[in-house]
Ligand binder design. Structure first.
Ligand SMILES: NC(=O)c1ccc[n+]([C@@H]2O[C@H](COP(=O)([O-])OP(=O)(O)OC[C@H]3O[C@@H](n4cnc5c(N)ncnc54)[C@H](OP(=O)(O)O)[C@@H]3O)[C@@H](O)[C@H]2O)c1
Length: 354
């Protein structure tokens, strides 16, 4: 890719999303015309935050109706665009039919967007929002990785349609993206692979992101008895947006980028909230024993299978985030700031008082 022409529009797929919201904000503040591809442009509830940001920014926003499952659905939205940010993909663990609800939109949707990119000569750079879920499934995978640490070289080989299908959807979608990128030379591909995204929501009343559900459960009493000491990575949503922006605008950006600020666990996420909110909200303060989780986990939540508990609880998570710091200049916010500022948005929007 040559240097970016700021007078050209940029496409953001899934612009209603939690992660995409902060990226759209950044692009509008930088003066871009954002082509926002959304499932339903008439659903003002999901767009009001973007309209408010656009009204006070130098850039402008135009909506395009698009669905991952409808072939050619993103063609109109990408006309004239040099850069595409493909963020749309279902992020939920509450599914009945993983093939239909996760794999098809993730994989066929990615193919759909990238095929259209190849038919649109203006497109030179595609940034796909992948995930650390395309690198690992369970915390134990980090121990099995070379040197005991996840890097951009590692691919998820342990998820499947039956086990952690969300991770499988992200793995298959990213594989499809690299396959299609190699078949042509018009555009180049960069993937952003965030770990668990946390921090303030721009539209907390309308989001369905799993990030919202977990943050809410840390404060609504669901986890007051304790949390599984489950290793994971955490990153601030604003840092993820900056990572996308750099991946889309830096001509030298290339390959995959682990986008993860902190190697942490669920208990530390709760503890980061206790100083400020521990007296007023039932924030978890201890870890649940693994033996107890092995007994009650599978009954309480179908995601907490014995295999999942065995492979995640009391197991540290470890990823190398040096590539994105060195190549794209990303600095990660402290975790306490991310957790507190995210939690405050839920309080300010009365999420806990229902
Ligand atoms: N949050 C995290 O911890 C995390 C971590 C790593 C990677 N990611 C990735 O980041 C991206 C955004 O996730 P998020 O957390 O921001 O979740 P989100 O708020 O639920 O955003 C998902 C977006 O995908 C869109 N979408 C889903 N199915 C679609 C379909 N069939 N057609 C068109 N659009 C569809 C949604 O549109 P509607 O508003 O119409 O539903 C929404 O805009 C995803 O690719 C996710 O895998 C997230």
């Amino acid at each position: 890719m040559t240097t970016v022409d700021k007078s050209k529009p940029v496409l953001v797929t899934g612009a209603t999303g939690y992660v995409a919201g902060w990226l759209v904000k950044k692009l509008l503040e930088e003066g871009y015309t954002v082509h926002a591809a959304v499932r339903n442009p008439d659903n003002t509830n999901k767009l009001q935050h973007l309209n408010a940001i656009a009204a006070s920014s130098p850039g402008s926003i135009r909506y395009f109706p698009s669905d991952l499952l409808v072939e050619g659905s993103y063609l109109e939205a990408m006309q004239g665009c040099q850069t595409i940010y493909h963020t749309a993909s279902p992020f939920t663990t509450d599914v009945k039919d993983p093939q239909k609800e996760l794999i098809d939109p993730a994989v066929n949707g990615t193919a759909n967007v990238l095929h259209s990119a190849s038919q649109t000569p203006s497109v030179k750079r595609v940034v796909v929002t992948s995930s650390c879920a395309a690198i690992y499934t369970d915390a134990i995978d980090t121990q099995n990785a070379p040197g005991g640490i996840l890097t951009e070289e590692v691919w998820n080989t342990t998820s499947s349609l039956d086990y952690q299908p969300y991770s499988y959807s992200k793995t298959m979608a990213e594989r499809k993206a690299w396959e299609l990128a190699k078949e042509q030379s018009q555009w180049d591909l960069v993937t952003i692979n965030p770990s668990f995204v946390m921090g303030p929501m721009l539209n907390p009343k309308a989001t369905t992101s799993e990030s919202f559900n977990i943050l809410k459960q840390l404060g609504d009493g669901t986890m007051k008895a304790g949390v599984p000491l489950m290793g994971l990575g955490l990153v601030d949503v604003r840092d993820v947006a900056e990572a996308h922006y750099q991946a889309g605008t830096n001509p030298n950006a290339s390959g995959r980028y682990i986008t993860s600020g902190h190697n942490t666990n669920f208990l530390e996420m709760g503890l980061a909230l206790r100083d400020k909110y521990g007296d007023s909200y039932p924030i978890p303060k201890k870890a649940l024993p693994k033996w107890l989780l092995m007994i009650v986990g599978p009954m309480a939540n179908k995601l907490f299978s014995r295999k999942f508990i065995r492979n995640n609880v009391n197991i540290p998570w470890n990823a190398d985030n040096s590539k994105i710091q060195n190549e794209l200049g990303i600095h990660f916010r402290p975790m306490k700031e991310t957790m507190e500022e995210g939690f405050q948005v839920l309080i300010d929007n009365n999420i806990f008082s229902k």
